[in-house]
Design a binder for this molecule. Sequence first.
Ligand SMILES: [Fe+2]
Length: 416
Amino acid sequence: MNDPRPLPLAPERQWKGEGTSRLPFWLYTDEDIYQRELERLFYGPHWCYVGFACEIPNPGDFKRTWIGERSVLIVRDRDGSINAVENRCAHRGVQFCKEPTGSRKVFVCPYHQWSYDLKGNLLGVPYMRGIKGKGGMPEDFKREEHGLRKLQVVNKNGVIFASFDPNVPSFEEFMGPTMMKYFERVFDGRELTVLGYNRQRVPGNWKLIHENLKDCYHPGLLHTWFINFGLWRADNESLNVMDDNHCHSAMVTVRNTGGKSEATEGVSSFREHMTLNDGRFLDVEEEHWWGGPTAVIHSIFPSLIVQQQINSIAMRQVIPRGPRNFDYIWTHFGYAEDTPEMTQRRLTQTNLFGPAGFVSGDDSEIIGMLEDNMHTDKDGEVLCELGGRDVADADTHISETLLRGMYKYYRKVMEL
Ligand SMILES: [Fe+2]
């Protein structure tokens, strides 16, 4: 943690009562809260997702990304290892790299051409000893003391996470054994292939997307596609699980064949006679690694949701942009072992997800509709009592336990 001292908050920012079955609206709008979140969550002792190793296969390859609001470069080193550095020149603080990806032998800041190697070490300072005996850096200036800020990095089966905090726990400790099991279900070391990207700016607080993907109550109500075709609805098998800190979660389900049931009674998004003109969108093939579930939505707090929903798999990276917006970057992927037919199947099913997805378009829109009211009532609060007021794993979709769990962890770390 960069600074353990609580920042002063306005007196009205007192979270009334114990527990997390009520969530004050100011959690989603307040600038001081947001700054504390950046420090303690994104820049604190957490592993944030930054990319896949396969996105930077060769020495010198880099990808530009973000942790919180800080721009970060992940770079393949000459020995094949992966480094992460902050995209901020040690001289004047210039965000020197503006390209999303590329390849470099050295990084050079355009302003005064300070140059850095692939580890972020400062290589050169133009006119360091002055010109004609005049000017230059002081005698005691040491290049080795002025490199780029270096982050901790872990490459877990091809997925790269980084942390600004040198005291971050090991990735396994951060995740806990249950969450590692879900992680390794998707990432067991098989070679990954990127199928494409989407990015969108969503008008809402970044926590709302985590809430959305811990809220297993909504999918069979909001999403016509889910209730109609049985991919995710109240009569599916269900499991909501968390790590011991309630920081991360997995929302697990098994699809059914859809159609009318107790779960569709009175549900306005259910269209009894709706069929697809193009059946390829739901041409599902069960895969050997699923192990039962047909969908697992795995939140790795605070920066990532790993989505497996039928044959569509994606990393959903969360990048806060002030308290009232976030960027949502989707990396749709598959495995090198996939047949061309499976790759096409994954791509076709990706029409359900992403910014304009048949399903996920609903979520971004509803987050905007939440955001519309969050700032209109300083005493407003979210009711979060479905399935009780406590936090525990659950085997029903009619529960908000994962939201309460996330805020239990959040409330502790944020000292609210
Ligand atoms: Fe949703």
